[in-house]
Design a protein around this ligand. Sequence first.
Ligand code: CU
Length: 386
Amino acid sequence: MLKKLNYSLIVGLSASALLLSACGDDLGNVNSDESTDSAETVAAEETEASGSSYSYDVNPVDYEPIEPHKDLDQEPVPVKMERIGENEVNIEMTAQITDIEIAPGIEYKTWNFNGEAPGPLLVVQEGDWINFTLHNMDPAIPHSMDFHAVHADPATQFADVKPDESGTFRFQAGSPGVFMYHCATDPVLSHIANGMHGAIIVMPKDGFPTDDEVDREFVVVQNEWYKYNDLENMMNMPPRQVVFSTKTLEYMADDEVDGYTFDGVNTNGTVTALTENDADTVLYAKPGEKVRMYINNVGPNEVSSFHVIGTIMEDVYLDGNPANHLEGMQTVMLPASGGAIVEFTLKEEGSYSFVTHQFDHVSKGAVGTIVVNESGGPEGGSMMSH
Ligand SMILES: [Cu+2]
């Protein structure tokens, strides 16, 4: 059985490297003055300081949507998930075009699922059959869905859905884990890098051996951003931003047949979402609590060397499968598309940053923070449980 935890705030990993780059050695304390710097200014300072020959060009004017997307900014459409049987769920998603501010002052006209990038978190149970429908709201380009959580014939089950059409597919989530999903339409790199990615968690039938020890759960996703819709840049250049985001974790437990809706805190993959600059989305815990994070690196190109500063991961389940149990890890390698569940205890009050320990990526945004205090929430108040 799954253990229902009180805290179901999920966080996607969208960190603020740009901001951090200005203060170098002080990951946990980004002050608000720095957050008001323009991204261009900070980026210029960083390039100068590092002496890098690579121009860290984040100028938002080099932004050229294809003609049919130019005036498009489609409102996010909530994902629909409904349990219709003990081992059967319906999931409806959209492929759409939505503006997202990925860094201060930098709007990116994302290709995405349901208006979020990374897309909404999906949670099902091991053994569930998924009746999946994709509504393609993009007037110009076909899109598709490749779930890493299923066995399927890619040609027919991950097939393209034409503009303004819908497609329905059915497959079983037979293995537990923290899986990536993404659009698989050619050229795949463009579709993923423009924002068509996300995570699906398949909860194990028999739970995890450490379920009873865990006090809080978060979800964190890592992704990269490149020059807007520029395949050459995506192929040949390092990412401009590497970010974390968080998503609300809601279970569809096997005794629930009403389904659920996503009404919790979700962030997009931006350089500021999980820093202490944002009291609404930074993560909180109490001293001594054991924290579980469901993490996935949706790439598209880079690996993640996931590390939490100031603790050791007592228990790790590679790809989120209880069979892949490791102990005492300092850093967990996530290949592009790879996932894990990591559990650790934060023993003392303080600000604990989590990063990919590839520090060029930290300087581009890949850092988030867990604030540990007696209230387990913003000072003077406590986080709600739901
Ligand atoms: Cu696509």
